[in-house]
Ligand binder design. Structure first.
Ligand code: NAD
Length: 331
């Protein structure tokens, strides 16, 4: 079914977009990857794909990007870890433009699928005040009290997807990603998330022989982390599904505290570090986990790569990046 169809990945130069483009090529799609960044900054550049540098905030650029598309995967967004999204709310809200224009062009083109990457940041903050979390079910996004900036934009765009489906017949599918990690992603520069940041800090401490680590918050905040392979598998299952119409959790349900995540990385590195807790750093909600009842019910599957297994691969890749001087796009 895939062979010959054109799949366009908005944000194809990013972490998840790079892996998705690779997977779609392997499935037999013709792939166009589009990103605002110059190609030498893309995490992965696949020579078999058509690779375009375009700002998807513009309607005309969306028309160029999505021309002839059978499927659109809209992942382009200004995003990062807690440090970035707490301090760049306006930039995060501007991601509504690639989503709006993407949906308008999807309707013009008559795509067979429009996939949108939402986030666990849509969930009501009131339900995430305790590190001993009750995992979040899809309906917990309402009444709405999303993460300011980034989360509100995601929630709004989810609803736009619903209305474009209901009113204009655009076959939209939406997943709420919960903390995705893996090789070929952001690991420094301020937009990285906890798994990559902790790998980098531990590796740096090891390489420099300075056996200390700074941790944001008191380390008791809890999260679940999904390995990239599960994320890509889930995107495919959700996009291909005929019946997963409403936003659905795509995340691991293996809950850990940040301190436990540091334990895992220390163990991989074979060192123990003195932990310095930075209590005034951005740390997000106290606890968050993915309730996977719905995905198990609808797709008979849930992300299941054990954290330790995924972190080992991620740690090795970041270690290679830190000890080599190869530019990003050539890695
Ligand atoms: P990423 O930053 O690596 O990738 C996003 C890409 O979008 C970047 O390469 C960026 O240059 C590109 N982009 C931004 N604005 C653009 C524009 N105007 N035009 C074209 N390209 C643009 O992030 P990621 O982790 O791969 O995330 C992909 C998607 O998944 C995003 O929508 C993000 O909000 C969502 N998401 C990710 C996570 C996670 O843990 N990584 C969690 C929840 C949701």
């Amino acid at each position: 079914m895939a062979r010959g169809e054109l799949a366009v990945v908005g944000g194809g130069g990013g972490f998840i977009g790079g892996w998705l483009a690779k997977n779609l090529l392997e499935q037999g799609y013709r792939v166009r990857a589009v990103d605002i960044k110059p190609q030498d900054e893309w995490y992965q550049v696949h020579p078999q794909a058509e690779n375009l540098q375009l700002d998807l905030k513009g309607l005309e650029n969306c028309r160029r990007a999505y021309k002839g598309a059978d499927r659109i995967y809209q992942l382009a967004a200004d995003m990062g870890g807690m440090g970035f999204i707490e301090n760049n709310k306006a930039l995060c809200m501007l991601s509504v433009l690639p989503n709006t224009h993407g949906l308008m062009v999807a309707q013009e083109v008559g795509v067979k699928r429009f996939f949108y990457s939402s986030s666990a940041c849509v969930y009501n903050a009131e339900k995430q005040k305790d590190a001993n979390v009750t995992a979040l079910k899809e309906e917990d996004a309402y009444p709405a009290m999303a993460e300011d900036g980034y989360g509100w934009e995601k929630l709004f765009s989810e609803r736009m997807c619903r209305h474009f489906r209901e009113d204009f017949g655009v076959p939209t599918r939406v997943a709420r990603f919960h903390n995705v990690y893996g090789p070929h992603g952001t690991w420094d520069g301020g937009r990285e998330k906890a798994p990559a940041a902790i790998c980098r800090k531990v590796i740096k401490a090891k390489l420099e022989g300075k056996h200390e680590i700074e941790i944001w918050g008191d380390g008791s905040q809890t999260r679940s982390f999904m390995y990239i392979d599960d994320c890509i598998k889930g995107i495919n299952m959700i996009t291909d599904s005929e019946h997963v119409l409403e936003p659905i959790n795509l995340g691991s349900s293996e809950l850990v505290s940040i301190n436990q995540l540091v334990d895992i990385v220390e163990d991989l590195a074979g060192i123990k570090l003195k932990r310095n807790y930075k209590l005034d750093a951005p740390k997000g909600v106290a606890g968050r986990n993915s309730d996977n009842t719905k995905i198990k019910q609808l797709l008979n599957w849930e992300p299941n790569t054990r954290l330790r297994v995924g972190m080992e691969k991620t740690y090795r890749w970041i270690h290679d990046q830190m000890t080599s001087k190869v530019p990003v796009g050539a890695r």
